[in-house]
Design a protein around this ligand. Structure first.
Ligand SMILES: [Mg+2]
Length: 238
């Protein structure tokens, strides 16, 4: 049974946009953050978020603790050391972020077409199950997928092989049946390859490819072209 394994954050779910909108709101409302342009703030925030996300994945920090720590570090970079301010910003960010949840353009139609073509679709994501389930429901992905495997439930994060094996097991597939689509080169592309699964790199920003031999998808729309790339990568017609 051919199966599309698919990353969630910044492949189907537009985390980048939600983050930027939330930071834009915060920057307007809190002067301490307006010392940076939105681009600078976004870049600083992203570096801290990616560092601390590793601690969330390993269980050293909860999502809430990591968010508080993130804004604490951001404020420190801006010359402020007040735990109270970090807590206010973390709370405001959480609210603004959740208000801006949206699919990557074309993502719902894309999943719908994958299923209509007779493929299974399984989400493989490095994050907590509660947060990711909410995203699936809010973005309307939940009715178009067969399963989701989160690193929290799997006990292993991408690029570890175990999470890919669990995703395949959900639908009784082998690595040869599957194509993995994701935006993170190390986690999604190299992780899939190491698990014997053909990768497709989701490269929305048009960054230079570390390996031209790996097929790339720059957009989920138009959907016929996206499916064509998956087919060329090895997602066979059932
Ligand atoms: Mg991703």
């Amino acid at each position: 049974m051919p199966v599309l394994l698919c990353d969630l954050d910044d492949t189907l779910f537009d985390h980048e946009r939600a983050t930027r909108e939330a930071l834009g709101d915060l920057r307007r409302d809190h002067q301490i953050l307006s010392q940076w342009t939105l681009e600078e703030l976004d870049a600083r925030h992203r570096v801290i978020l990616e560092t601390l996300h590793r601690d969330v994945l390993s269980g050293r920090l909860t999502v809430d603790e990591a968010r508080l720590e993130r804004f604490g570090r951001l404020l420190e970079q801006g010359g402020v050391r007040e735990a109270g301010v970090a807590a206010v910003l973390a709370g405001a960010y959480r609210e603004a972020y959740a208000l801006n949840w949206q699919p990557v353009p074309g993502a719902v139609e894309f999943l719908q077409a994958v299923r209509a073509a007779g493929h299974s679709a399984v989400i493989v994501t490095n994050n907590g199950v509660a947060e990711q389930r909410l995203k699936l429901a809010r973005c309307g992905f939940d009715i178009w997928i067969d399963a989701m495997v989160t690193s929290e439930e799997a006990g292993v994060s991408k690029p570890g092989r175990g999470i890919f094996d669990q995703a395949l097991a959900c639908v009784g597939a082998t690595p040869a049946d599957a194509v993995m689509l994701g935006d993170a080169w190390a986690a999604d592309v190299e992780g899939a390859k190491a698990a014997g699964i053909s990768p497709v790199w989701f490269n929305r920003a048009g960054r230079p490819s570390p390996d031209q031999a790996v097929p790339e998808l720059m957009s989920l729309a138009p959907v016929a072209e996206a499916l064509d790339v998956l087919a060329r990568a090895g997602l066979a017609s059932p």
